[in-house]
Design a protein around this ligand. Structure first.
Ligand SMILES: [Zn+2]
Length: 251
């Protein structure tokens, strides 16, 4: 079984309000609530996999501590040409921004996610359109290097994707075999640890029942809850050993 080293790379930050991050009434709704933005990297002796590609420079206004996510990948010693898979957990702009920067990679995303954003009704779903970057999507689909999957799939030995839905129609999480056991990169299926640990979904969502089902699926896939990696929680940089102030070694 292939074993991966897994990293979380924090490329930007933003401070919102608690009420923006949890469904339901919260008496502390108006308190500041920091959000961190990550891409993830899984490296084995044979493969280099980037999970999500962050925000591109053209949409980085309004975020603090921004660096181009590609630069962070290179900081770990990975050349973009070595990346052989890019998994896109979903198609929100803060997960696709530098997708065109990996000239040899095959892109892995869910068919249902592409269908949702490109289907006959997509342009009428105006409350969500701002979350898609059409140029990013066109770069991926036009690359000729796309593997559309439907449900659960092994991408490489020891690295699999799992359709969970909830946050978006085709939201997928990534399970990675490591020396510590299976790590689950939850991405936006759980923005913060508080979402999954206190059973309180994030309010930008496609399906509320899907959000809860995603929590259960993530916990089942991880086995050990300490190996779940939340998608936007600054806490990731405290729960896992820091290599630099932006990079945590998950396993
Ligand atoms: Zn999202």
């Amino acid at each position: 079984m292939s074993c991966y080293r897994v990293y979380a790379l924090c490329y930007a930050r933003r401070t919102g309000r608690r009420g923006q991050n949890f469904c339901g009434y919260d008496e502390h709704w108006d308190e500041p609530h920091p959000t961190a933005y990550y891409v993830w990297l899984a490296v084995s002796d044979e493969h280099t996999v980037v999970v999500d590609t962050g925000i591109g420079p053209s949409r980085a206004d309004g975020f603090s501590d921004y660096v181009n996510p590609v630069r962070l990948v290179e900081d770990i010693g990975v050349r973009v040409g070595e990346v052989d898979r890019v998994v896109l957990t979903h198609l929100h702009y803060d997960h696709t921004g530098t997708a065109g920067s990996f000239p040899s990679a095959r892109y892995v995303l869910q068919q249902s996610e592409v269908d949702y954003w490109t289907g006959p009704w997509s342009s009428r779903i105006s409350r969500e359109q701002w979350l898609l970057d059409k140029e990013d999507l066109d770069a991926v689909l036009g690359s000729g290097r796309v593997d559309l999957v439907d449900g659960d799939a092994e991408v490489l030995p020891g690295l699999s994707v799992h359709l969970v839905g909830g946050h978006t129609a085709g939201m997928q999480v990534v399970r990675v075999a490591t020396a510590r056991g299976p790590v689950v990169l939850a991405s936006d299926a759980s923005h913060f640890y508080e979402n999954i640990e206190d059973d309180r979904p994030f309010p930008i969502l496609h399906s509320m029942p899907g959000m809860y089902a995603a929590f259960d699926r993530i916990n089942a896939l991880a086995g050990d809850p300490s190996l779940v990696v939340a998608g936007h929680d600054p806490e990731v940089l405290r729960r896992f050993p820091a290599e630099t102030e932006r990079i945590a070694r998950i396993a």
